[in-house]
Design a protein around this ligand. Structure first.
Ligand code: IFM
Length: 451
């Protein structure tokens, strides 16, 4: 039976704020998420990241569990305010030491580190200086990148700059639901977005200068896309257009983020939509933004289904009555893992990494001491089936990272959504491998041949 190919990489993913805890250890600075957690009503149950999974202290145990599961690669993020407490200037050697130890422990366990530089915990001190609206913000990020790569770049070869720009910019700076909780008008939002894109580009430059071609560099965007309602050429083209079109003011369209990064220009239709809202910027910015990257990371959870219309357009289908939903109320749409990677690969011609995929379920420790999560197994199986189809049909699929290694802090949902392969008892910190962890171990062991 066919597997995913000999160089395919299997892994799990997490993010610093969601698991580390140790919020004040060694003078760690605050992030916008620490601020958000203190604003009543912003996070369910008033939960916060003070302790989270206490991974900062228990990382050896966590890596031991990864070893037990046979996980070959681990995607984690570095906390910017842990390594530079005020975001710029004084570096915390103790903060950097943690990532040093983490990387060493991973390599010792034969697990390849994939480092994300920014998974949303923006330094609070820089936020009060204007955050991504500050014209210096991209340089701050470049300086931070330098500090991190100087310390762990000798051992880390796989890098991602930002995680999900649509979310930290859109949900954080337009909807106000995520940190920093802003509801900017479009001109300010587009300026923040432009600066964050520039930060990505400068960060790639720093990584490349330091590591050259030995490094594999990319970033991770929300890759939820569109599924054609039927597999006819017309319906497929309708779904493709729907995936990339910017037809109204919205922060979701993937082309708004990927076109500048890969093609060095904003999409024409989006420029028409945003027109006078666009910031003035130096045209050379786009050269910086479009540094050559080695892959595109896609975080895919679900997709809309669309149908073609008679006039050559498309329309979103109404959700099917009774469509399966995850605990988080997200639709279960496994074909998302076929169509999104395919459409993205065909448009941008870059290797694909699934940098996140998974679901939250109603998990608890049963009377037998185990955690039975058949719906997560079924979810992952169906999605991987589709990813395999993409791979077998020629999409350059490099890797798959399940979200998430362990239950963790799910942003404005607090600890209410459990995405992990490892169950975490948030009262005691006790970890328990779920049934899905053992299932994933077997998938990895035969490189997905049974999928
Ligand atoms: O937990 C998040 C992660 O931080 C970013 N992508 C989606 C996940 C699940 O909601």
């Amino acid at each position: 039976m066919k597997d995913f190919g000999k160089d395919f990489v299997w892994g799990c993913a997490t993010a610093a704020f969601q698991i580390e805890g140790a919020a004040h250890e060694n003078g760690k600075g605050a992030s916008v998420w620490d601020m958000m957690c203190r604003i009543p009503g912003k996070v369910k149950n008033g939960d916060n990241g003070e302790v989270a999974c206490d991974h900062f202290h228990r990382y050896k145990e966590d890596i031991g569990m990864m070893k037990e599961m046979g996980i070959p690669a681990y995607r984690f993020s570095v906390s910017w305010p842990r390594v530079i407490p005020t975001g710029v200037g004084q570096v915390s050697e103790a903060g950097l030491d943690f990532y040093d130890r983490l990387v060493d422990e991973l390599i010792g366990a034969n697990i390849t580190p994939y480092v994300t530089l920014f998974h949303w915990d923006f330094p609070y001190d820089l936020f009060i200086r204007g955050g991504w609206l500050n014209p210096d913000s991209s340089k701050w990020f470049a300086d931070y990148t330098q500090v991190v790569v100087d310390r762990i770049g000798d051992r880390v070869k796989h890098w991602m700059t930002h995680n999900e720009p649509q979310c930290f910019l859109g949900i954080g700076h337009r909807m106000g639901k995520h940190a920093p909780g802003l509801e900017l008008d479009w001109p300010e939002f587009l300026l923040a977005t432009h600066n964050a894109l520039l930060a990505h580009g400068r960060s790639v430059q720093v990584l490349r200068n330091k590591l050259g071609k030995s490094a594999e560099i990319g970033w991770a965007v929300v890759g939820n896309g569109t599924i054609p309602s039927v597999e006819t050429p017309v319906a497929i083209e309708a779904a493709r257009s729907a995936m990339f079109e910017v037809k109204e003011k919205s922060f979701w369209p993937i082309s708004w983020y990927l076109d500048p990064v890969v093609f060095g220009k904003y999409p024409e239709d989006g420029l028409k939509v945003f027109e006078k809202d666009m910031p003035n910027f130096d045209p050379d910015d786009l050269k910086i933004i479009s540094q050559d990257i080695d892959y595109i990371g896609l975080n895919i959870y679900n997709s809309d289904t669309v149908s073609p219309t008679e006039d050559g357009g498309w329309v979103k289908d109404k959700p099917i009555v009774g469509l399966p939903l995850t605990k988080f109320n997200c639709p279960v749409t496994p074909e998302a893992l076929y169509w999104s990677p395919k459409f993205i690969y065909e448009r941008y011609n870059k290797p694909i990494i699934i940098s996140e995929n998974g679901c939250s379920c109603h998990d608890w420790v049963s009377m037998d001491g185990k955690v039975h999560d058949p719906s997560r197994i079924d979810f992952l199986h169906r999605y991987l089936n589709n990813y395999k189809r993409a791979s077998l049909e020629g999409v350059d699929t490099k890797a798959y990272f399940q979200w998430s290694l362990m239950d963790n802090f799910e942003w404005s949902e607090g600890y209410c959504e459990r995405f992990g392969l490892i169950h975490v008892d948030f009262q005691t910190g006790k970890r328990t491998l779920k049934d899905s962890a053992y299932w994933y171990r077997d998938v990895i062991a035969n490189n997905g041949a049974d999928i």
